[in-house]
Unconditional design. Structure first.
Lengths: 307, 531
């Protein structure tokens, strides 16, 4: 059974001349070939490395925590340091946004770019729920990309609107106005006349013969807020109506829907949208950044309307 | 297993006037004593060779090392806006400079073409001259050669080194070993040191590196490369070629019977004889090989070329030099070991063995006067031109022409336009439709340039760029910094109802102010669905 030679007490396999481990499994023996040297050295190197590692880095579990390691490394501390470094790196820009007013920020290309990026991030967290991810708005929520602004499209006005909100009761300086209900003030027929007139300003009304009567009713009931030419802050009476937030009814943009039915509905059951005041929630710096971002979307104006 | 201990025995064989030194050299990697993979490496002590191939290898070494160490220091003036280093891989700014050529990341296909050329060139060289890359220009070969120069200078040639390794540790031995290893490490350091200069301005980096102000990655790279150079060149040597490198195995597949390889011409060498005169007197056949082992002693790969072609052979041709020297002393023709094709070898072998029917009779390849007969085939230069080499060469040339054509005709201005997707379009108060685009103008020359941008294909459209003040007569004027991308926002608006389709294709055009270069980008304009 054992066909191995014995030299110095070692069992040597006849065929290969290699020492065996001395184990037998149904007559099968295992050769005790040496490990490849490079493999062995690499193995020893990993052991040395592991010893060094456990000394330098957190390694051994103790009762309540683990050994801290000579280097005192911790991944949480590393993240904290990296965040602090990032904070410090943009510190001067944040400080500039904080101390300068929005007009100055827009005038400075570097600061403007920084504020746009920061504003875009803040917008995605706080504003997209109503205004949409592309700031394109939806029925009842204005599109911020276009050139139609109820409360002014210059940087200062946008800033004020975001800061204090619209019809937001908790803020004393909020944008305030209210479209009254004409239910009971005007008869349904009269409202249809007004609707025909309003639609005729930017399109083709369904009943053109109602337009004339509608024009008269409009001048009596609506012109005080929407302007005698229905163009509100963009029209001839801009100075008188500029702070009322009344929409331009002669343009192509309709917050609560276009067409006679939508106009009548708004007259009967006016919707007066509310936007929260963000200044108290997000802080002045973020509001400035948001204002610069919104202003950059394509509709931002350089001068306040009516000036 | 018994270990062969190399002992230094000298025998002297009288032949003609000069003495042939017989080295008792054992090929550690010979086919006969094939090493098991788990055995410790046996150290090889290559003897210094001298001859034409050795001279050629010195020259190649000087050229390749010269290129490697000196290239980063060549200057090339590109004006004030670009670095003045002739060859620079500027990873931080994603630019690659090669003399007058500047490559941006998107032009990296040129480098890919260069790699295809290198591949085809390697195939070509291999099919003509076998593992010429391995034997002459491979960095492993060149640096091992350099390390051997140091080893020889400090410890002496083969015999002295063997003796030194066998003596116990004396002060002299320690000093010699220490000096050798220090020089090796220094070479390794300068090898790693030269590498980093390809990636930054060399003089600046050299100063910063010395003052300890260079980037940590520079020191890290140097340490790694110092280590690998030291280990690969000083210790692993032929093992890198035999065990680590995939190229010998690929290259072996590219050799054919027409490729030149370093060959022991057994048809004239065998049977070997240590005492030719006695053997002749005894009526035995005597070949040219006197079994002096000179070919084995010089081999850096530790093989015996007389075993035939083998994986370990890098065809460095030093055995040819060694053997030619011996043949000269014996007064015989050179070329017992020579660059030979397998076909020629077989042809000559057939003469010596009468078509393989008899044992080798070297007398059959010689005339009565002792000269090689005219039937013996030697390599002819015309043999290089074969269909295979023609294909490789054509491939090499075609890719080369392709790269050159691309290089000559490539633009230094590019225009990229990203169409806003969210929102796709905006209705303005007058009913007109506006689309937004992010425009990137790539000014790919190291000079500032001014461009005019316009649109084509959208009737009555107006273009505005709020970030750029100079927008007039439907065009936008924009300046780009040298070697930079200018990115800005552009709004295009069309009047209400002027478009019939929801998607209207149109083009952005950009022309530099000199009118020398222009670029076009095709994009689309989105409009709401018509009701």
């Amino acid at each position: 059974m054992d066909d191995a030679r014995h030299i110095d007490g070692k069992r040597i396999d006849e065929k290969t001349g290699v020492e065996t481990t001395g184990h037998f499994w149904d007559g099968i023996q295992e050769l005790n070939n040496p490990l490849p040297r490079w493999w062995l050295w690499t193995f020893y190197a990993t052991i040395i490395w592991a010893i060094g590692y456990t000394i330098m880095y957190p390694a051994w579990p103790m009762l309540t925590s683990a050994t801290g390691g000579y280097l005192g490394y911790s991944s949480r501390a590393e993240v904290r340091d990296e965040l602090a470094t990032a904070e410090a790196a943009r510190g001067s820009l944040v400080e500039a946004v904080r101390s300068e007013d929005v007009a100055q920020i827009v005038a400075n290309p570097v600061l403007k770019q920084f504020a746009i990026s920061a504003g875009a991030a803040a917008f995605k967290v706080n504003c997209v729920q109503c205004h949409g991810s592309g700031a394109q708005g939806s029925a009842g929520y204005p599109n911020l990309n276009d050139d139609d602004w109820l409360w002014g499209g210059d940087i200062e006005s946008i800033y004020t609107t975001i800061n204090h909100g619209v019809r937001y009761a908790a803020d004393e300086e909020t944008r305030q106005s209210e479209m009254p209900s004409f239910d009971g003030v005007l008869t349904p027929d009269q409202m249809a006349d007004v609707a025909a007139y309003v639609v005729s300003l930017s399109g083709t009304p369904k009943f053109p013969d109602k337009v004339e009567a509608g024009a008269t009713l409009f001048a009596e009931n609506c012109a005080s807020c929407h302007g005698s030419d229905a163009k509100a802050a963009k029209g001839v009476d801009a100075e008188a109506v500029k702070d009322l937030g009344a929409p331009d009814l002669a343009d192509a943009i309709w917050l609560y829907g276009s067409g006679e039915n939508a106009v009548v509905q708004q007259m009967m059951h006016p919707r007066n949208g509310v936007m929260p005041a963000w200044g108290a929630r997000l802080g002045n710096t973020t509001v400035k950044e948001l204002a610069v971002y919104v202003h950059s979307l394509g509709g931002g104006q350089t001068v306040a309307a009516g000036q | 297993m018994e270990r062969t201990v190399t002992v230094n025995v000298r025998e002297v064989q009288e032949s003609g006037n000069e003495a042939i030194e017989r080295v008792d050299a054992e090929a550690v990697n010979s086919a006969k004593v094939r090493q098991p993979l788990y055995a410790a490496r046996k150290k090889i002590h290559p003897k210094r060779a001298s001859g034409a191939f050795r001279q050629f290898k010195w020259l190649v070494m000087a050229i390749t090392l010269g290129i490697y160490y000196l290239t980063p220091w060549i200057r090339w003036d590109r004006g004030p806006y670009a670095p003045d280093q002739a060859i620079l891989v500027d990873i931080a700014n994603r630019r690659f400079y090669f003399f007058s050529i500047e490559i941006w990341p998107q032009e990296f296909i040129l480098i890919a073409g260069l790699l295809v050329m290198a591949g085809a060139g390697l195939f070509l060289i291999t099919s003509v001259a076998g593992r010429a890359w391995c034997g002459y220009t491979c960095p492993q070969t060149v640096w091992v050669d350099l390390f051997l120069v140091v080893e020889r200078a400090v410890e002496g040639d083969r015999n002295a080194r063997i003796k030194l390794d066998q003596t116990p540790w004396t002060l002299d031995k320690i000093t010699k070993k220490l000096v050798k290893h220090l020089i090796w490490i220094a070479i390794g350091f300068f090898t790693g040191g030269a590498w980093i200069f390809y990636f930054a301005d060399a003089p600046t980096l050299a100063r910063d590196f010395t003052l300890g102000q260079a980037a940590p990655i520079a020191y890290f790279t140097v340490v790694i490369l110092t280590f690998t150079t030291y280990v690969f060149g000083g210790f692993m040597r032929e093992q890198v070629c035999t065990y680590m490198c995939p190229w010998p195995r690929i290259q072996a597949a590219m050799l054919d019977e027409d490729s030149l390889t370093v060959t022991y011409n057994a048809w004239r060498g065998e049977p070997r004889s240590r005492g030719a005169k006695k053997s002749v007197a005894a009526g035995k056949l005597v070949g040219d090989c006197v079994d002096c082992n000179a070919c084995v002693a010089v081999c850096p790969q530790g093989i015996d070329i007389r075993d035939g072609q083998q994986l370990e052979c890098i065809t460095c041709a030093l055995c040819i030099d060694a053997c030619d020297g011996v043949m000269d002393k014996l007064g015989k023709e050179r070329g017992l070991i020579s660059y030979t094709t397998l076909l020629d070898y077989q042809h000559n072998m057939d003469i010596a063995t009468v078509g393989g029917t008899k044992p080798i009779n070297p007398a059959l390849v010689r005339t009565a006067e002792g000269k090689l007969t005219e039937e013996v085939k030697n390599f002819r230069l015309g043999h290089i031109f074969r269909p295979r080499t023609a294909v490789y060469f054509s491939l090499w040339v075609l890719v080369g022409i392709g790269i050159l054509t691309m290089l000559m005709s490539r633009g230094r201005l590019e225009l990229n336009v990203l169409h806003d997707r969210n929102p796709q379009f905006v209705t303005l108060s007058d009913g007109s439709i506006r689309n937004g685009y992010t425009v990137k103008i790539l000014n790919m020359i190291p000079e500032p340039r001014a461009f005019t941008m316009s649109i084509d294909g959208l009737p009555d459209a107006t273009m505005s760029a709020p970030d750029i003040a100079e927008a007039s007569d439907g065009k936008v004027s924009v300046e780009a910094e040298p070697d930079r991308v200018r990115t800005f926002k552009v709004f295009v608006a069309v009047p209400a109802g002027s478009l019939d389709e929801e998607i209207t294709p149109f083009e952005f055009h950009v022309v530099d102010k000199d009118g020398m270069e222009s670029a076009v980008y095709k994009t689309t304009f989105s409009a709401p669905e018509k009701k």
